[in-house]
Design a protein around this ligand. Structure first.
Ligand code: BGC
Length: 344
C-alpha cells in the first residue's frame, strides 16, 4: 500500500492514496474532496496511461473551478435560482453560476478534507459530515464514498448518504477522461444508450423540462461515433453549451446497474465502459478548460477530455417533469457507477 503527502491546503495537509488490482491498474485518490487524481491503465503497447486530467497537488485542486476528478455533492449539476422547496419549506443555496447553483456551490463537499474510514490494497472509503444548512440543504448528513479497483479492471465508485431530515442527495464524480492521456479527446468514439436528452433553455444551461428525442440531432450517440463528429454542427443547443454539456435520459432496461455508455480510442486501444444505477448521464466535452496547467506540466486545451457524469437529471428538484431526487430522513441514499477499462 502506498500513500504520500499531497501538499497543504487552507484546511490542512492532504494525502494521496494508491489503490491497485493484481492486473496492473492503479488509481490515485486524495482525501482533499475525495478526489480522483489518476487512473493508470495499460494501453495496447503495455504502457501505463493516466486516463484522467488533474493537477500536481492539493493546493491546485483547492483553487480549481473545473472540478477535475471531484466528488460533487450533496447535489451535482444545476439548480435554478439556487432555490429548492422541500415539503413547503424553501431553502436558499449559493448562487455561484449566474443566479443558479452549480455543483452545490462554493462550500461543496469537493472542497473539504475527508476522513479515511478504510484503506485496503484495492479499496478506500472516505467519509464526511455535512451539517444541517451548511450548504443550504436541510439535515445533518453523513456521506461516504468508496473507490474500489476490481480484478476486471473496473473502478467502482459507491456513494452512501443519510440525513436526519428529508433532503436532496445527488452525487457524481466529475473526472475528465482522455483515453490517450493527453491531446484532443474529440477523436474518441462514444456510444450512449439514450434515445432522449434534456435540452436547455439558454447558455445558463437549465433544462427546459422537455425530454427530447435525439433522433436526427447531433445528440444521437446510440450508434458509436467520434465525439467531435457533429460538435461544430449548426445547432442551438450546442451553441448554448459551447459544445456538449447536456444530460441524457438513459434508456433503462432494468432497475439497478447496467452499461449505459462506452468510449474507445483507436490510438491507445483503450476502451472504457460506464455502468451505473443512475437514470441520467451528463456528457460534457471540457468546453472551458483552456490554459489549465495540469499534471506533469501539461497545459490543457478545451476538448482535451470528456466527462460522463452519472446523476439525476439537472434541476430535477424544481422540474415536475423529472424524477424527484429526494431522500427521506433516516433512509439511505445509495448509488453506484463503474468505469471499466479494456483493450480493443
Ligand atoms: C457542467 C458544466 C461545467 C462543468 C465544470 C459540468 O458538470 O455541466 O457546465 O462547466 O461541470 O463546472
Amino acid at each position: 500500500m502506498e500513500k504520500k503527502q499531497f501538499g497543504m491546503t487552507a484546511q490542512g495537509a492532504a494525502t494521496l492514496f494508491a489503490i491497485t488490482n493484481t492486473k496492473g491498474m492503479k488509481v490515485l485518490v486524495t482525501d482533499f474532496g475525495a478526489t480522483l487524481v489518476s487512473i493508470f491503465v495499460k494501453d495496447k503497447n503495455g504502457e501505463d496511461t493516466d486516463v484522467i486530467l488533474g493537477y500536481e497537488n492539493a493546493a491546485e485542486y483547492e483553487k480549481q473551478t473545473c472540478y477535475f476528478g471531484a466528488t460533487v455533492g450533496r447535489n451535482c449539476n444545476r439548480i435554478s435560482d439556487a432555490r429548492i422547496m422541500i415539503d413547503d419549506t424553501q431553502y436558499i443555496l449559493d448562487a455561484n453560476d449566474n443566479e443558479n447553483n452549480l455543483h452545490s456551490g462554493t462550500n461543496g463537499l469537493s472542497g473539504r478534507i475527508w476522513d479515511v474510514k478504510e484503506y485496503l490494497e484495492h479499496k478506500i472509503t472516505l467519509t464526511t459530515e455535512d451539517a444541517d444548512m451548511q450548504q443550504g440543504f436541510p439535515g445533518n448528513a453523513a456521506v461516504a464514498v468508496t473507490y474500489e479497483v476490481t480484478e476486471e479492471n473496473g473502478l467502482k465508485i459507491t456513494y452512501h448518504a443519510t440525513a436526519d431530515k428529508k433532503t436532496l442527495f445527488n452525487f457524481t464524480n466529475h473526472s475528465y477522461f482522455n483515453l490517450n492521456g493527453e491531446g484532443t479527446a474529440m477523436d474518441h468514439i462514444l456510444q450512449i444508450k439514450a434515445s432522449h436528452y434534456t435540452p436547455v433553455k439558454n447558455e445558463k444551461a437549465i433544462p427546459t423540462g422537455e425530454i427530447a428525442s435525439v433522433e436526427g440531432t447531433p445528440f444521437d450517440f446510440r450508434t458509436p461515433k467520434r465525439i467531435g463528429q457533429d460538435i461544430a454542427a449548426d445547432n442551438e443547443q450546442l451553441r448554448y453549451g459551447n459544445g456538449y454539456d447536456h444530460n441524457y435520459a438513459i434508456d433503462k432496461e432494468q432497475a439497478g446497474m447496467e452499461v449505459v455508455a462506452g468510449v474507445y480510442s483507436e490510438k491507445s486501444g483503450i476502451r472504457m465502459d460506464v455502468s451505473t444505477d443512475c437514470i441520467g448521464i451528463q456528457l460534457y466535452t471540457a468546453n472551458f478548460i483552456h490554459g489549465q496547467k495540469g499534471k506533469g506540466g501539461v497545459v490543457y486545451e478545451d476538448r482535451d477530455a470528456f466527462c460522463l457524469e452519472t446523476q439525476y437529471f439537472p434541476n430535477s428538484i424544481n422540474e415536475p417533469n423529472f424524477t424527484t431526487p429526494l431522500t427521506e430522513a433516516g433512509v439511505e441514499y445509495h448509488s453506484e457507477t463503474v468505469y471499466t477499462f479494456s483493450l480493443i
